[in-house]
Design a protein around this ligand. Sequence first.
Ligand SMILES: Nc1ncnc2c1ncn2[C@@H]1O[C@H](COP(=O)(O)OP(=O)(O)OP(=O)(O)O)[C@@H](O)[C@H]1O
Length: 277
Amino acid sequence: MEKIISIKNLTYTYPDSKTPAINDLSLDIYKNEWLSIVGKNGSGKSTLTKLIDGLIEADSGTIVIDGEVINEENIWDARTKIGIIFQNPDHQFVGATVEDDVAFGLENQGMPREQMVKEIDRALDLVKMSDFKTRDPQSLSGGQKQRVAIAGVLATKPQIVIMDESTSMLDPDGRKKVLDLVQKLRQEQDLTIISITHDIEETELSQRIVVINDGKIVQAGTPSSIYDIGPHLTKFGLEEPFSSQLVQTLRNSVKLPEGYLNEEELKEQLWKLHSSM
Ligand SMILES: Nc1ncnc2c1ncn2[C@@H]1O[C@H](COP(=O)(O)OP(=O)(O)OP(=O)(O)O)[C@@H](O)[C@H]1O
């Protein structure tokens, strides 16, 4: 597997703080993977994002993006490879219409008008929002707003998309739709997804989870292996996933296979039990 980001011994302490927000953290992220970074409030997730995107500079350690050690000279080039989708889409809208909004990142790149129109259409088509081109972004639902925000990011053709609590303001249905879309785009557009969240439920579609606490990685593994530590997640200020809690409770009365079961697997097991009764 090819690395797209390689972080080594990264440490950062805010100027007015005594304890490091990121503390000797090392992490490799691979091309086309979906990595979830989870941790409670204040664990260091946003600081790590800011370091990766070059908004702040580490006190020590290195970040390699797409083969280049990041420094003051090449950070702007590295940033063009990264797109960030934030928690509250209202804070990212700058245009009066959906298409103006998607155009924003492209205008910043100085793209000629004709090519820009094509790119906007392509990006809106990818997120199935072409019919909303002339709408005021503020008039859209939360899920639609996030799809437009994703289009804005995709239009600039990043290799890496960082989702910073991007679905935390959506209802369960809106959240599922956005996460399914991200999964599809990851596969079709060969993107690397880094999703940052304090909500473990949001990580099911990712391939790997790292749990951070006090600026350090305290657990890493596949979603099943992380969900499997169930109640121990509370040690890091995280809630045990609902399906994992349910499985623990059901195990007291029915026989279920070992290990973590996701919702689909649990449904299947319960059907089997039901039909054998
Ligand atoms: N501008 C700042 N100045 C000083 N300390 C800061 C600043 N921003 C964050 N911190 C501290 O750094 C640590 C990590 O914060 P960070 O915002 O990275 O956490 P987080 O995991 O993103 O939290 P949340 O989920 O609440 O967004 C915390 O102890 C926080 O208080």
